[in-house]
Design a protein around this ligand. Structure first.
Ligand code: ACO
Length: 516
């Protein structure tokens, strides 16, 4: 057994939690829905007071107890618990000695997971199939807490409410720099001096150009119903990459990879917004050559040269969303780059990852909530009812940030600076939501996240709701392509392994499969 592995690395998290007063029927639904064999029972202060398992449930039902029996009558009280940092050897000893199958895991007194004997069996299984001497490493589901690469691009420190790009506080960059300066920083590794910046602007401007034949080939994508701008962008970038003749990163030198990165990032808004306008029946719009990325974005969208205030507000949003640690789409881009594929293939894959609701999300949902509330006087009743019904308030809570999301702090400022009734209303609703969450979900550390004000800012500067996620994708291209360049520069094929849990092999083929 890999005794060096800690309980934290193997446990199921977040743990499934039951209350003493829940019925057996509710418990059965809870365990079934979460596909786990046990739940920790907690009191109103979230202290673990018991553990209840499928076996308890079956035993109780087998002896004729009815489904309304409370969990309190089924659970084992005062369970033995593990500490997250315990080595699995400690857990193994407890499982052996007490014949338990599940143990709640605490970290500084707080319930953080559940360790099942099945988790340990998996480790044993890997050891069995691996050659002696090669120590197995079992990653937890979702790779949470596992570092899979080194990066010098940036990092997120959730507990501190801080994230940075190459060491610089990202919110400070968004306050003091232009999109191009930060883009240069991510891609090239340093903030540009004035000459470097001018040259970078020029390269970005040239990158917006696409051969007329390619543009013509892409436009019909806007006619495909239902029109999905993010999917159309994904398909288009694949074709653009081919038309640019991008070579596999394996065969390209650093400069060639950088060039592909700049071109794809620069051209994405051109393709996206041209298709969007075509879909609406509007003629194509050009961006004035003197405009930077954000202002050009708005002109390509609306056909009008934007006000400096609107362009700067969007620019700050775009800078704040360029990169955010080793997220799913960035990881996807790096996996694809690790095969030596071209930069286009990597960003197309990343766009696919971003399209998932668990990642790219739906920034428009927070705005939908504001619409549903309508007026400030309805906020408290509406929000309270949502939380009491077990619904989540859109734009609040974060897996990593357990304090203010620094992006939301700056975007609040940007929204209020832009002004308008929606920003003031959002501020009102935010304060009510935080009050309601604090009261109904105490101790969960729920704060405003990036999505709450992102929608307000984009809406105020004229970005339509169905373009929120595609707009986010455009800024994230700067982060993805920086990650691809980094991967290409120090490449090793990313090729993990999996634990086979199917029928034991080899299996005999059933009769009747003789090829005649
Ligand atoms: N509203 C009400 N309650 C919430 C919210 C919320 N927005 N978020 C979490 N909670 C509660 C949960 O119900 C749970 O309560 P419980 O202990 O009584 O069961 C507790 O807080 C912990 O919830 P988890 O699911 O463990 O929190 P997790 O870290 O997994 O969730 C997430 C993070 C998915 C973002 C969540 O907060 C959420 O669903 N928020 C609303 C959707 C949203 O705003 N998404 C955009 C996120 S920003 C981004 O990803 C770029």
């Amino acid at each position: 057994m890999a005794v060096s592995v800690s309980v934290r690395e193997l446990m199921h998290k977040p743990p499934v939690v039951a209350r003493r007063e829940m019925t057996a029927a509710e418990l059965a639904r809870l365990l079934d829905g979460a596909k786990v064999g046990a739940a920790a029972v907690v009191d109103p202060e979230d202290r673990v007071i018991g553990i209840v398992t499928e076996r308890d449930l079956l035993r109780a039902l087998g002896t004729g107890l009815d489904v309304s029996t409370p969990v309190g009558a089924l659970m084992s009280s005062g369970p033995i618990t593990l500490a997250a940092a315990d080595p699995v050897a400690v857990a193994l000893e407890i499982f052996r000695e007490h014949h338990f199958r599940h143990l709640p895991v605490l970290d500084q007194g707080r319930l953080v997971g559940m360790l099942s004997i099945r988790h340990l069996v998996r480790v044993a299984h890997i050891e069995e199939v691996r050659p002696a001497g090669s120590a197995p490493t079992v990653a937890p589901p979702g790779l949470e807490g596992v570092a899979v690469a080194e990066t010098a691009i940036g990092d997120v420190r959730g507990e501190e409410g801080f994230f940075h790009y190459r060491g610089y506080d990202a919110t400070e960059l968004a306050r003091r720099c232009s999109f191009e300066q930060v883009w240069h920083l991510l891609l090239m590794g340093e903030l540009p001096d004035p000459d470097q910046l001018a040259a970078f602007h020029e390269r970005a401007r040239q990158g917006r150009q696409l051969a007329p034949a390619v543009l013509a080939a892409l436009e019909p994508l806007a006619a495909v119903e239902p029109y999905a701008p993010l999917a159309a962008l994904r398909t288009s970038l694949s074709l653009v990459a081919t038309s640019l003749g991008l070579r596999p990163t394996l065969d390209a030198d650093r400069e060639e990879v950088l060039d592909a990165a700049i071109r794809l990032t620069a051209v994405a808004p051109v393709v996206l917004l041209r298709q969007y306008r075509r879909h609406r029946g509007d003629p194509p719009a050009e961006a004035d050559p003197d405009l930077g990325y954000a202002a050009a974005y708005l002109q390509l969208l609306t056909g009008e040269r934007p006000t400096p205030e609107a362009a700067r507000a969007l620019e700050q949003y775009l800078i704040l969303t360029m990169d955010h640690g080793f997220n799913a789409s960035t990881f996807t881009a790096r996996v694809i780059a690790s095969t030596g594929a071209d930069v286009g293939a990597a960003v197309v894959g990343a766009l696919g990852a971003l399209s998932g609701p668990l990642h790219g999300g739906a920034p428009s949902r927070a705005l939908d909530t504001l619409d549903a509330i309508g007026t400030p006087d309805r906020a408290e009743a509406y929000l309270r009812e949502q939380v009491e019904h077990g619904d989540r308030l859109m734009g609040f809570g974060h897996r990593v940030y357990k304090t203010d999301d620094p992006r939301s702090t700056l975007l609040r400022e940007v929204a209020l600076r832009l002004g308008g009734t929606q920003a003031a209303f959002a501020r009102d609703v935010e304060q009510t939501a935080l009050k309601v969450l604090n009261e109904l979900k105490p101790g969960r550390r729920l704060y405003t996240n990036v999505e709450f004000y992102a929608g307000v800012v984009m809406n105020t500067v004229g970005v339509p709701r169905d373009m929120f996620t595609p707009t986010f994708a455009c800024s994230r291209l700067a982060g993805w392509t920086a990650a691809v360049c980094e991967q290409a520069a120090h490449n090793r094929l990313i090729r993990p392994s999996a634990i086979y849990v199917g029928p034991s092999a080899p299996r005999p083929l059933p009769a009747g499969y003789a090829y005649a």
